[in-house]
Design a protein around this ligand. Structure first.
Ligand code: ATP
Ligand code: MG
Length: 324
């Protein structure tokens, strides 16, 4: 039998219990991630990217929860794991660079202590050995005087240094899957390039898979093997990165890419997608993007549009595509 994919998400739904009823923030999300590969996840603010990422660690905040689906890691559904097994999986097998570093760092421990702690929990490394590895990783993420900085508490570091410390913590156990949620957005371009190079080096070193969430489509096009586009809690399009960037199929992807700065138009204002994401997009009967889509027809508003294969490895959720 073939080995199962490293990660396979099937029909994921994430919902929040609100006063006015259940808000299905993410639904019908299915995808796979292979060892050593990078999957880019893009989409406007509020489209469900962070929630999808958090679900892989079972860290959806209250009053939210995963209400449907399967998340299989090496063929085993982690939604059925006992909490103890889930804790072992976090950091060791799947780790995350969070959008907001202070949510991930412990304010009462020094940076060195908490990175070393992650190692001693998962790897049974000795304290001294763990400290040294922590300092080496802080150095690799570009923290100057790493041995000294390791003695600092998170609040004594600048935003950029905190971000790098969190990246070091996410990488220290050599995870099978790294989730990078806007990991480098807060950093300046030089540091951003340095961190991306480091991620790619480590990816090659231990065959790490990366789920790379970013608003920066230029960076995604450089780093991702495959790309998934989300809107209104759904996947609109998913395909190999070169195909997606060269020949986007879904009208939403086409509009999203048209917002990319075009060197020929330098100096002119960026295209902005007209309208905004409706807050309760889950209440729409048809395609979530239809109210803003210039190709929408009556049918688009009436019936749910599923994500279907339009070519090998290429999926799109649009009525204008073959198969709908
Ligand atoms: N704790 C929560 N309670 C209620 N709704 C939430 C909560 N967290 C997220 N949501 C809603 O779920 C939807 C998806 O949020 P998510 O954070 O996944 O978006 P995102 O794609 O990561 O956006 P961004 O690009 O701004 O980070 C949004 O409509 C958001 O308002
Ligand atoms: Mg987010």
């Amino acid at each position: 039998m073939l080995n199962p994919p490293l990660l396979s998400v099937n029909n994921l739904e994430i919902a929040f219990k609100l006063d006015e009823g259940l808000f299905r923030a993410v639904s019908k999300v299915s995808f796979e991630l292979e060892a050593g590969k990078t999957l880019g996840l893009v989409g406007e603010s509020g489209s469900g990217k962070s929630l999808t990422a958090l679900s892989l660690l079972r860290l959806i905040p209250e009053p939210g929860s995963i209400t449907q689906g399967e998340i299989k890691f090496n063929g085993e559904d982690i939604l059925k794991f006992a909490d103890k097994n889930m804790r072992a999986l976090r950091g060791n097998n799947i780790s995350m660079i969070f959008q907001e570093p202070m949510t991930a760092l412990n304010p009462v421990l020094t940076i060195g202590e908490q990175i070393a702690e992650a190692l001693t929990i998962h790897d049974k490394a000795t304290k001294r050995d763990a400290q040294q590895k922590a300092i080496a990783m802080l150095d690799r993420v570009g923290i100057p005087d790493a041995a000294l900085r390791a003695l600092d508490h998170p609040h004594n570091l600048s935003g950029g240094m905190r971000q790098r410390a969190m990246i070091a913590m996410a990488l220290i156990c050599k995870p099978d899957i790294l989730i990078a949620d806007e990991a480098t957005t807060a950093l300046d371009t030089t540091v951003q390039a340095q961190i991306l190079d480091l991620l790619i080096d480590l990816q090659h070193e231990f065959n790490m898979a990366i789920l790379f969430i970013s608003h920066n489509l230029g960076v995604v096009s450089e780093i991702a093997d495959d790309v998934m586009v989300m809107y209104g809690g759904r996947i609109m399009e998913a395909s190999p990165a070169p195909l997606l960037f060269d020949a986007p199929q879904h009208p939403y992807t086409q509009v999203l890419l048209s917002t990319l700065p075009n060197p020929a138009l330098r100096g002119q204002p960026l295209t902005v997608i007209e309208g905004s994401v409706p807050t309760r997009y889950d209440l729409l009967a048809g395609c979530r993007f239809a109210p803003r889509c210039n190709r929408a027809i009556e049918q688009c508003m009436a019936a749910d549009i599923s994500l279907v294969d339009i070519a090998p490895n290429q999926r799109s959720a649009c009525i204008n595509m073959a198969g709908q």
